[in-house]
Design a protein around this ligand. Sequence first.
Ligand SMILES: Nc1ncnc2c1ncn2[C@@H]1O[C@H](COP(=O)(O)OP(=O)(O)OP(=O)(O)O)[C@@H](O)[C@H]1O
Ligand SMILES: CC(=O)N[C@H]1[C@@H]2OC[C@@H](O2)[C@@H](O)[C@@H]1O[C@H](C)C(=O)O
Length: 364
Amino acid sequence: MLKAGRVKALGAMSGTSLDGVDVALIETDGEQIFGFGATGYRPYSADERAVLRAALGKWPGDDLDRARTVVENAHVAALSTIEGAEIIGFHGQTLAHDPRGRGTHQLGDGAVLAQQLGLPVVWDFRSADVRLGGEGAPLAPFFHHACARYIGATEPVSFLNLGGVGNLTWIDPRHTRPEEPGALLAFDTGPANAPINDLVQKRLGLDCDHDGALARRGRVENGALELFLDDPWFYRMPPKSLDRDAFSDMIGLVCELSDADAAATLTAMAAAAVFRGIEHCPSPPARVLVTGGGRRNPVMMQMLGAALDCPVLPVEDVGLDGDMLEAQAFAYLAVRVARGLPTSCTATTGVRAAVGGGEISRPR
Ligand SMILES: Nc1ncnc2c1ncn2[C@@H]1O[C@H](COP(=O)(O)OP(=O)(O)OP(=O)(O)O)[C@@H](O)[C@H]1O
Ligand SMILES: CC(=O)N[C@H]1[C@@H]2OC[C@@H](O2)[C@@H](O)[C@@H]1O[C@H](C)C(=O)O
């Protein structure tokens, strides 16, 4: 049993951009955040990344031995650099996500980590939600609610994560519990950095359009942008979630364009997807707080700022760490699971009733 009151929880996240493992310590009772602690990052080597990339789209039962070893070893290496944790939240590496079909698949065995690290590990956060009819994603929204209260927000605010995929959480912080009706609305907005990374990787051998350098020199092709926004995804009501590669053929929309115009157009698509998403919110947020790697792309941030009617700010402006928010989220959610508190609800994943997702493995 986890001791009552505040605990130090360590979270680990390996996101859809396959860059590496983020780890972060937080102090929480599963409801309130009391403070943030040490953080760490363990990048995947080029070889490891290639193994993971080759495993994308695979399901349990497929041959995943090499990829599993990469994920588990990188997590043990990252997590063992941080001392003082009483419990670990381990997200794993999403390989496939098809909540209305085959389910959702995060690679990595929490029991192996518990054994190697000597601590209880909460993992497989998404499956229970999917079994109850939910999207299984996004799961950070309950943590975003706690963050909104931690920063003292008093009116509706949104958190926007710009990772490989984008996801948005609208929060009314006047509700004390995240599962209360009216407290939250959350959903994936659409593709964010993944198509830009794929484009510059394929054409130029680069990892990303660093600082938006390429997009800054390009011109947005409005015809391609309009075709993109015609996708039925944008007319679907939230909650809704995406697989990393769900929009991978959008690169086809920019294949005739120059490198700079293609990058500018894909960046505009990521921003327009957010703009469309905000229209689903119950009321306009007073500010949009941006987390994830996309907040470092000034072109994407400028496009968002121009399209939205409220300040669009990196989460650092309110004292949070935009590189670590997802790792912190899974630390927070681990404590909620251990305490029997829900981690998602109808407004965040469409699940039939609020549910606590996650399996707990203890060292033998
Ligand atoms: N300086 C920068 N300029 C432009 N883009 C950047 C910069 N820094 C990071 N990025 C983009 O952010 C991406 C990483 O974002 P992040 O770490 O939030 O993704 P993730 O957590 O793997 O994804 P997800 O949240 O979808 O699981 C990089 O792959 C890159 O595309
Ligand atoms: C299935 C899956 O891993 N989804 C990720 C992905 O990356 C961003 C977006 O799509 C979000 O829905 C989710 O991650 C964050 C951490 C979440 O669950 O909130």
